[in-house]
Design a binder for this molecule. Structure first.
Ligand code: SF4
Length: 232
C-alpha cells in the first residue's frame, strides 16, 4: 500500500493519515466530496418512489436486497397499496407474495403491516418528517429514517451508512470505527451538513463503479491522491 501526492504536496500515507489533524481531515473530506460531485453529477437515491410512503416501503424492502430488485417489485406493490391503510389491511399472504423476491419476505411483510397500522393509528396515515417518530415505527431503524428524511423531505438529520459508505469511508481513513452508528457520528463531524444525504449516494456510486469491494480500481480513481489505502 502507498499513497499519492496531495494538492499541498504531501503524500497521504497510512501513517500520515493517522496523525492527521481534525482540520486537515475535514479539508481532505471536502476535497473528496468536490471530486466525487464532479465525477457523479447525477448521483441520487437509486430507489424509485413518488412520495415519502413509497420511499419508506422501498427502503424497508431494500434490506439485504439490491435496489434494482426492489424497483422491480414496487410498481405492483404501490398499485395495490397506495396508502398506509392498505398496508395495515392487506392479508399477510398476499403481501408476502408481492414482496417474496426481495428476501426475508415474512419479516418484511410483518414490518410493512405494522408500519401501516402505526401510521394510521398515530400519524393520520402520513409519514412523519421526524427522526424520533420514524424510528418508533415497526421495521424502521435510524438508517431507514435517514434515507426517508434526506430523500423524501430534504431534511439532513444524519448520514446513511450502508456497506459501501462504511467500507469506503474506512479506506479513506475518515473513520476507524466499524459500528455504523459510530461511523455516522465521525462522518457527521467531517462532511458539511448540507451534503450529508448526497455523501451516501456519492460513495455508493463510487463503490459500484470504481472502489469495488473485491478489487478497488485505484488506478482509475479520482481520489487516488487523497486516499491512504490507494494501491498504485
Ligand atoms: S479505489 Fe482505491 S484510491 Fe479509490 S477510494 Fe478505493 S481504495 Fe482509495
Amino acid at each position: 500500500m502507498n499513497g499519492g501526492v496531495t494538492a499541498a504536496g504531501g503524500r497521504i500515507t497510512p501513517a500520515r493519515a493517522r496523525r492527521e489533524s481534525k482540520r486537515a481531515r475535514k479539508a481532505r473530506t471536502e476535497e473528496i466530496l468536490a471530486r466525487l460531485k464532479a465525477e457523479y453529477p447525477d448521483s441520487r437515491c437509486a430507489l424509485t418512489f413518488r412520495n415519502p410512503l413509497e420511499l419508506l416501503v422501498a427502503t424497508i424492502l431494500s434490506a439485504q436486497c439490491t435496489d434494482k430488485r426492489v424497483n422491480m417489485v414496487t410498481p405492483e406493490l404501490f398499485r395495490r397499496c397506495p396508502t398506509a391503510a392498505d398496508y395495515a389491511e392487506i392479508p399477510s399472504e398476499e403481501l408476502e407474495g408481492l414482496i417474496r423476491s426481495t428476501g426475508f419476505f415474512r419479516n418484511k411483510a410483518k414490518s410493512l403491516r405494522g408500519m401501516g397500522q402505526a401510521l394510521v393509528d398515530e400519524h393520520d396515515g402520513e409519514v412523519p418528517p421526524e427522526m424520533k417518530a420514524l424510528v418508533a415505527l415497526p421495521g424502521v431503524a435510524r438508517k431507514t429514517a435517514n434515507v426517508v428524511l434526506g430523500n423524501a423531505y430534504g431534511i439532513a438529520e444524519g448520514v446513511v451508512v450502508d456497506t459501501h459508505v462504511g467500507r469506503i469511508s474506512s479506506l479513506l481513513a475518515l473513520t476507524a470505527e466499524k459500528n455504523p452508528v459510530k461511523v455516522e457520528r465521525d462522518l457527521m463531524a467531517l462532511v458539511p451538513q448540507s451534503d450529508w444525504t448526497l455523501w451516501s449516494h456519492l460513495l455508493i456510486d463510487h463503490g459500484r463503479a470504481v472502489c469495488k469491494a473485491r478489487r478497488p480500481d485505484c488506478e482509475s480513481c479520482v481520489l487516488v491522491d487523497r486516499c491512504p489505502s490507494a494501491q498504485v
